[in-house]
Design a protein around this ligand. Structure first.
Ligand SMILES: [Cu+2]
Length: 317
């Protein structure tokens, strides 16, 4: 069963080429065998009158009908292949406008050495998982932040170049839930082989609940140098239990501010069955300044369910 519209497109084009090649092969090899048998060497055989002789222009055989027939058949086959190919290209190069796809279905994909970043219109971004809803047209704007990459999704038969300063648009409709491998297809440096991601296709309800309701928050903190403060993160998700989106697992803190978290990870403690959880770590600044803490929530330890990130301001005076 096809998993995407692009796979259907390429499969039917491949089928068109293959079936026409089979028909042509059958005709050519049948005639070849027929003539080999019909004109095999026999004691009574003699050279035909129009046998080509070196240095002489051969006489016309007068088989104009055969020539017209073969040229016409070749033309019909070529025209069918051209129409099929250009039809597929036209479809692939005609993505729906951002306003024609669902909320969260138009994603900016940026290649970095050596990971892919997926940025959604609501500000959510992820460096591993591209989550999309089943049965919807997905529009991807693909670009690069550094060198040439090539963004491709194995299984969906689709890829396009990721070039700095340029955006290539690709689109597809998903037909099957599950995880598919995203891979860079252009040698872009020493970490090229590790430049992978996950396309996570979920049903539309799950997607919309994830897209509109999952939040990570951490209250801004203001503290003095060498004063230890608690940074609490809370994660909320209105998805019902059982959809794989109930927050549980770990939150990772990191900070570009001058200072350190006593423990950069903490375990989310669910506070209710509706999908909210919180945890805290201790932060100690080492110098005056302004910084921020980056927070990432991992759901149940499954990287495909890691969907939330946020940041909080840290003021040190
Ligand atoms: Cu690469």
């Amino acid at each position: 069963m096809a998993v995407s519209s692009t796979q259907v497109q390429f499969d039917s084009l491949f089928g068109l080429f293959t079936y026409l090649a089979i028909v042509v092969s059958i005709i050519v090899f049948s005639l070849l065998i027929y003539f080999m048998i019909k004109y095999r060497d026999r004691p009574s055989s003699r050279q035909p009158d129009d046998t080509p002789i070196l240095g002489r222009i051969p006489p016309s055989r007068g088989h104009a009908r055969t020539v017209v027939l073969t040229v016409s058949l070749s033309t019909i086959i070529l025209v069918a292949l051209i129409i099929g190919s250009f039809g597929a290209i036209d479809n692939i190069l005609s993505p729906p406008a951002p306003s024609q796809v669902c909320a969260g279905c138009s994603v900016l994909v940026t290649g970095h050495q050596f990971y892919w970043n997926f940025a959604y219109p609501n500000g959510h971004s992820d460096n591993l998982v591209l989550r999309v809803p089943l049965g919807n047209s997905i529009r991807l704007n693909v670009t690069s932040a550094d060198v040439f990459h090539d963004f491709g999704i194995i299984g969906l038969d689709i890829k396009t170049d990721a070039i700095p300063g340029r955006t290539n648009v690709m689109w597809f409709t998903t037909y099957q839930q599950g995880n598919f491998t995203i891979q860079c297809f252009e040698l872009c440096g020493t970490g090229h082989a590790t430049m992978k991601g996950i396309l996570n296709v979920v049903n539309e309800t799950t997607f919309q609940q994830w897209y509109t309701h999952t939040r990570v928050t951490c209250a801004p903190i203001s503290l003095a140098v060498n004063q230890t403060s608690q940074c609490t993160v809370s994660v909320s998700d209105s998805s019902p239990n059982g959809m794989g989106l109930t927050p549980k697992g770990n939150v990772t803190f990191s900070t570009p501010a001058p200072g350190y978290f006593n423990a950069p990870r903490c375990t989310l403690v669910p506070s209710s069955s509706t999908g909210s959880a919180s945890c805290s770590v201790l932060y100690t600044p080492t110098a005056v300044g302004t910084g921020s803490a980056e927070i990432k929530a991992v759901y149940g330890g499954d990287p495909t369910q890691s969907d939330s990130s946020g940041s909080t301001a840290i003021l040190v005076s």
